[in-house]
Design a protein around this ligand. Structure first.
Ligand code: UT7
Length: 333
């Protein structure tokens, strides 16, 4: 009997810009301090994409090109490219189109997916379905955000949290059971009040007033989001393991969204995973929204082994949240 097709992750790429914004830099910009930021969030510094004319696609491009090089494929081999982002280069066209143009992926179609910090997981589930259907053989999923474009650097509640970056994975068909095994994804639009951008959409188009009132920046009621996030991310991860008859002992790695170290710890504790099995880079990159999880996979790639079960989990604006289970498909030489 033929084995069902699964979507295996066969290569990973990543990119973070050179420029660092440290807690000490932020101390000079707003009323905050290194100790508060580190103890409340786990962040020490973040990367910022600087330069005129630089956008989210410029973070995504090097990540996708690295992935192509590692896998030994050309951009023209890519059939579909999905970019998860809340900071598209423009409202339209999609950043996916711009990335494909910049890398010469002339045979690919693509689109952007907007699910904030859970965007990468939503895009992985979408891309995996394209592979599982048998219709596509090379789907690239990118998580990329230039958060510095929508962060108000006069608001200490948010400006300490976010950074810029991009990560990308290649999905290919597998008939030995490797790849995306299951995804449990959730949305609750009533959470939109706690984390959003007030203006710039069709509800409140840009005007002098929206600019003056600083409504084109990310707005977050941190404490409320924290309460939902800490429960949501832990619950959904536990539920995913349970429905796959797994416990934390079966999981080799947790690749969690990097919003707050306390939320990551709560998720790891909930499934009984020791800290050594948790990918954490929030200290160096902050919250890069859709890029956090693929950046973890990128940094930990060499430590991942064929057959490892990797749990990915996220919670973000929307509200959106979810977890995915992946059986890692390769060893890195
Ligand atoms: O990735 C998308 C999803 N987002 C998240 O998951 C983020 C969830 N939320 C959080 O991670 C946390 O709520 C924050 C890190 C944003 C804030 O931490 P908190 O422990 O919830 O702090 P808080 O907002 O309750 O503020 C505590 C105190 C307040 O002062 P008072 O009222 O106690 O005197 C704030 O004014 O800390 C003050 N504060 C700050 N102090 C120094 C708030 N921001 C700062 C700051 N530096 N940057």
């Amino acid at each position: 009997m033929n084995q069902p097709i699964t979507a295996a992750i066969t290569a990973v790429g990543g990119y973070v810009p050179e420029d660092r914004l440290t807690n000490f830099d932020l101390e000079k910009m707003v009323d905050t301090n290194d100790e508060w930021i580190r103890t409340r969030t786990g962040i020490s510094e973040r990367r910022i994409l600087k330069g005129e004319g630089k956008a989210t696609s410029d973070l995504a491009v090097p990540a996708v090109l690295e992935l192509c090089k590692k896998r030994g494929i050309q951009p023209t081999d890519i059939e579909c490219l999905i970019v998860a982002t809340v900071t598209p280069d423009m409202v339209f066209p999609a950043t996916a189109n711009i990335v494909c143009d910049k890398i010469g992926a002339s045979n690919a179609w693509g689109f952007d997916l907007s699910a904030a910090c859970s965007g990468f997981l939503f895009a992985v589930a979408t891309g995996a379905s394209f592979i599982e259907s048998g219709r596509y053989k090379k789907v690239v999923v990118v998580g990329a955000d230039k958060m510095s474009a929508i962060v108000d650097y006069t608001d200490r509640n948010t400006c300490i949290l976010f950074g810029d970056g991009a990560g990308a994975i290649l999905l290919e068909p597998n008939t030995e059971g490797y790849g995306v095994l299951d995804s449990l994804l959730k949305t609750d639009g009533s959470g939109r009040n706690y984390l959003h951008m007030k203006a710039g959409g069709s509800l409140k188009p840009a005007s002098m007033e929206t600019v003056t009132k600083r409504e084109h920046f990310a707005y977050q009621e941190g404490q409320s989001v924290f309460k939902f996030a800490v429960k949501g991310m832990a619950d959904v991860t536990a539920e995913l393991l349970q429905r796959n008859h797994l416990t934390g002992d079966d999981i080799a790695w947790l690749a969690p969204h990097q919003a707050n170290l306390r939320i990551i710890d709560a998720t790891a504790n909930r499934i009984g995973l020791p800290k050594e099995k948790v990918m954490i880079n929030i200290n160096r990159y902050g919250n890069t929204t859709a890029a956090t999880i693929p950046l973890c996979l990128w940094e930990w790639e060499k430590q991942l082994h064929k057959g490892d079960l990797v749990a990915m989990a996220a919670f973000g604006g929307g509200f959106t949240w979810g977890a995915s289970l992946v059986k890692w498909a390769y060893d890195t030489k």
